[in-house]
Design a protein around this ligand. Structure first.
Ligand code: M6R
Length: 363
């Protein structure tokens, strides 16, 4: 039931504070990760893991891409690949590799085939981050780490994505514990997760401003999403949301790649969206955006209060109170809302976009 919401997608966007809190429930307490809640088999697998191979499709793949940045920060080797490629490749599996599949439905044909095909490849085991307890991926994986997003009806994945990120962050903390994570670091990371529902509530209050921003996209045929570091997959996800439900051709690039081709596309009719958090790559991204402005590209930015944008002309929404570790999760919310409002203005079928199915059970 959509209740008072015009679409399931909107309802699901607004459910995020609650389902993130639900996904954290019983897994953290007073600045500590409660690893016992993962179950003995899972912790035993994490003990043995020397390398992580993530395999997923679509939005779930983007969640995996963000997780790679998190894992590598703590010296955990991690690779990520789309399942449709992975399953047909002759893969070389490093010793001590753990296969992690990520899926909302647990029924995605390629992801399931990648899991099945991995059995002979020498993995120490398989873990699935999944939202549906009775799904094939949960049944066939050695262990599972459930997201608790509840039923997601909108074809465009929103709350499943952010709860996947939360689950992956918890797994990253668990793996980092096996490296040199200090108690103080763990406490900071856990408290950041704990703060997420409140932070997202605040971002959701920006909906009217995002609606206004959305007007700038209605008559456009293309859009470019830029990001660097963990915000590159956030840009990929923002572009996927926009193309899926508004049918505007949207592409995401790591901002540093702009000069290597996509800059040729930029003119006055190209909206450029960028998540611009206060992080070590900020100056680099700003200089990339300068290049966009110099070609007349229209900038739609999401930044936080520590950032001085200093460009000549742009639309900006400022998020407050952001922590670097969870910023990719928080910054995903305005991009979901942007795609939603553009689609509504265009009058598309938001919950059931053309040509797409909620669960891709055939190749
Ligand atoms: O159920 P899964 O997470 O395995 O689904 C994977 C993709 O089909 C899915 O994320 C798709 O990209 C969404 N429609 C994106 O919004």
């Amino acid at each position: 039931d959509k209740g008072l919401y015009a679409h399931y997608m909107l309802k699901e966007i607004y459910e995020q504070p609650a389902v993130i809190a639900e996904t954290l429930e019983g897994r953290i307490h007073k600045g500590r990760l409660l690893e016992a809640s993962f179950g003995h088999e899972t912790t035993a697998l994490l003990d043995k893991a020397r390398h992580i191979q993530i395999v997923a499709c679509g939005t779930s793949y983007h969640a995996g891409m963000v997780a790679r940045y998190w894992m590598e920060e703590f010296g955990i080797p991690c690779s990520v690949e789309v399942a449709s490629e992975y399953r047909y490749r002759k893969v070389v599996v490093p010793e001590g590799s753990l296969l992690i599949t990520i899926s909302q439905s647990g029924e995605t044909a390629d992801t399931l085939a990648a899991l099945r095909g991995s059995r002979a490849n020498g993995y120490i085991g398989s873990l699935t981050v999944c939202n549906v307890p009775e799904s094939s991926l949960v049944r066939e994986s050695d262990v599972c780490f459930m997201t608790r997003a509840g039923t997601e009806i909108g074809v465009a994945s929103t709350k499943a994505f952010t709860t996947q990120l939360v689950a992956l962050r918890l797994l990253a903390i668990a793996l980092a514990r096996r490296k040199e994570l200090s108690t103080a670091q763990e406490e900071a990371m856990v408290n950041e997760l704990h703060a997420l529902p409140r932070q997202i509530e605040v971002v959701l209050q920006l909906a009217d401003a995002i609606k206004t921003m959305a007007e700038g996209f209605v008559d456009k045929h293309n859009a470019l999403f830029l990001g660097r570091g963990a915000f590159y997959p956030v840009a990929l996800e923002g572009a996927l949301k926009l193309k899926e439900i508004s049918y505007i051709h949207a592409e995401a690039y790591p901002a540093g790649e702009l000069k290597h081709g996509p800059l040729a596309l930029v003119d006055e009719s190209m909206p450029v969206v960028c998540a611009l958090p206060d992080d070590p790559l900020l100056e680099k991204v700003l200089s990339n955006l300068q290049e966009v402005r110099a070609r007349g590209g229209e900038l739609f930015l999401f930044s936080d209060h520590k950032v001085n944008v200093g460009l000549d002309h742009y639309q900006n929404l400022t998020l407050s109170d952001i922590y670097p570790g969870t910023a990719p999760i928080v910054y995903s919310i305005p991009l979901q809302l942007l795609a939603y409002h553009v689609a509504v203005l265009k009058g598309t079928d938001v919950d059931q976009p053309r040509n797409l199915a909620k669960s891709v059970t055939v190749e």
